[in-house]
Structure formats: structure tokens, C-alpha cells
Design a protein around this ligand. Structure first.
Ligand code: MF3
Ligand code: CO
Length: 263
């Protein structure tokens, strides 16, 4: 596990601010009729303009820069000519490499009017991230984060996806430790200042079983229930935590949830 110095954390933040800016712009573009490819193109163009390299394209053969996962799609949905429809929900996951450091973040957005239950699902994914964040403190262990996320999501009568995990990030897109979004507390490595994590709860309205589509990437819920995703890159500091992928000083706390807004 890498312990980053303050200067490195600032560099990781730069990369994450680019991700945040672009995700925010993508969120504002979402409307019925928009093709997911158009979102991918925008993300690529903007990353290039800002001097950053999209991190997902070519990663283990992933074909695009952005992940666009609609409705029952959990994660790793591949942008295509598919257009968004009123009532859909769409998770956008984006990462870049900038000056040697990685940024990674994701959020789920609504397309026009969605059902109250879909709204609650999106909000629960976001709240689950914050429940995990609360456990990121020096002396705690990694699975305290996992346990807190799972307990919260299940208290809202949704389920936590088990096949995908949060991760360390910085010099690589995926570093140790893995951070499951479920499990018993008090296990795993101790949390220390200088660690940087991408915390990313994925949740479902139905159960947590996953299926992978024939494109070998798109993960969907086996029961085809809706799924939401929320991810930020977070640094552990001496004072607490700093969310590196929020478009501000990273220190704001709940209530934070604004519809279709990432900033
Ligand atoms: N945020 C996701 C992750 O950390 C995105 C990876 S997409 C991939 O796993 F294409 F790069 F795999
Ligand atoms: Co990630």
C-alpha cells in the first residue's frame, strides 16, 4: 500500500479535479435522445483539452474512455449509439491520467423524470459513499468502510453489489487495498494518513447477483433491477479526509445531494 506525501496528494487532486469537471459537464448534458457515444466523445475531447489522458481506454482492453451504464447495467457499460430515454437512470464512470497520477469518480444521473424509488436508489448510493467516508479515519481498518456501506444500503432495503470493489489509486488506477462494499468490520489493513482510496458503492433495487453481457464488459443485475453507482477519490489526511474529486475544497459534507449535480 502506497503512502503518498502532501505534494503527491496535491498532484492526485489535480487529476481528480479534471475528472470532476468533466463528469459535471457530462451530467449537465444528459437528456432524452442523447446517445451515450456523444458523452464519450465529450469526455475524450475535454480530457485532451485539459492535457489529460483518459484512463479507462485500453485498460485491460476496455474500448472506450467513459463507462455509461443504463438502468439494470451496474458498471462498465460501453458507450454506443443507444439513446437515452425519459425515465432512464445512467451511471457515468470516468478516470484520467494527468502528470503521472490517476483520478477516478462516478455518479448516477436521471434522464428527465424518474420514479421516486429510482431517485431513492440514486441517493442511497451517494449516501452510502458518505457512510463509508465516515469510517475513513486513522486507526480504523478497511473493512470498517465496507461494513458501514453495507449496513446503510441494506437498512434502505436495497442490496450491495459484491463483484466489484473500491481500490487504492494514485500512481496506478487500481492499487492495494481492495475495498469491498460489504463485510464484517475490523478486518484488513489499518487506515493511515497518505493513503488514497477510490470508494465506489454500487447498489441494486433487487438482489446483488451479477451477469456479464456478451460484450464481456457490461455488468448487469441478474434480476434486471435498477442499479446505481457513486464514486469519489479520497485522501486520508492527518485531520481526516479530503474528497479529491469534488469540485471545491473537498471539505463539504452532507447535505450535499442535489439532483443531477456532481459539484
Ligand atoms: N471506476 C471503475 C473501476 O475502478 C472503472 C474502471 S473501467 C475500466 O474499476 F474500463 F477501466 F475497467
Ligand atoms: Co474506481
Amino acid at each position: 500500500m502506497i503512502i503518498y506525501c502532501e505534494e503527491e496528494v496535491r498532484a492526485i487532486k489535480k487529476s481528480n479535479q479534471i475528472v470532476a469537471k468533466i463528469l459535471n459537464e457530462l451530467g449537465a448534458m444528459i437528456k432524452p435522445g442523447l446517445r451515450t457515444k456523444e458523452l464519450n466523445n465529450w469526455a475524450e475531447t475535454r480530457a485532451k483539452e485539459m492535457g489529460a489522458i483518459p484512463a479507462f481506454k485500453g485498460y485491460r482492453g476496455y474500448p472506450s474512455s467513459l463507462c455509461t451504464s443504463i438502468n439494470e447495467e451496474i458498471v462498465h457499460g460501453i458507450p454506443s449509439s443507444r439513446s437515452l430515454r425519459e425515465g432512464d437512470i445512467i451511471s457515468l464512470d470516468f478516470g484520467v491520467l494527468y502528470e503521472g497520477y490517476y483520478g477516478d469518480a462516478a455518479a448516477t444521473f436521471s434522464v428527465g423524470e424518474i420514479t421516486p424509488k429510482a431517485k431513492k436508489l440514486i441517493q442511497t448510493a451517494e449516501e452510502a459513499f458518505y457512510k463509508g467516508l465516515e469510517q475513513i479515519k486513522v486507526g480504523n481498518r478497511i473493512s470498517d468502510i465496507s461494513h458501514s456501506i453495507q449496513s446503510y444500503v441494506e437498512s434502505q432495503e436495497f442490496s450491495v453489489i459484491r463483484s466489484f470493489v473500491g481500490h487504492g489509486i494514485g500512481l496506478s488506477l487500481h492499487e492495494e487495498p481492495q475495498i469491498p462494499n460489504f463485510g464484517l468490520p475490523g478486518r484488513g489493513p489499518k487506515i493511515k494518513p497518505g493513503m488514497v482510496f477510490a470508494l465506489e458503492p454500487m447498489i441494486a433495487m433487487g438482489d446483488w447477483n451479477v451477469e456479464i453481457l456478451d460484450d464481456n464488459w457490461t455488468a448487469i443485475t441478474k434480476d434486471r433491477s435498477l442499479s446505481a453507482h457513486y464514486e469519489h477519490t479520497v485522501a486520508v489526511t492527518d485531520e481526516g479526509t479530503e474528497i479529491l474529486s469534488l469540485l471545491n475544497d473537498g471539505k463539504n459534507s452532507l447535505p450535499y445531494i442535489k439532483e443531477n449535480q456532481y459539484a
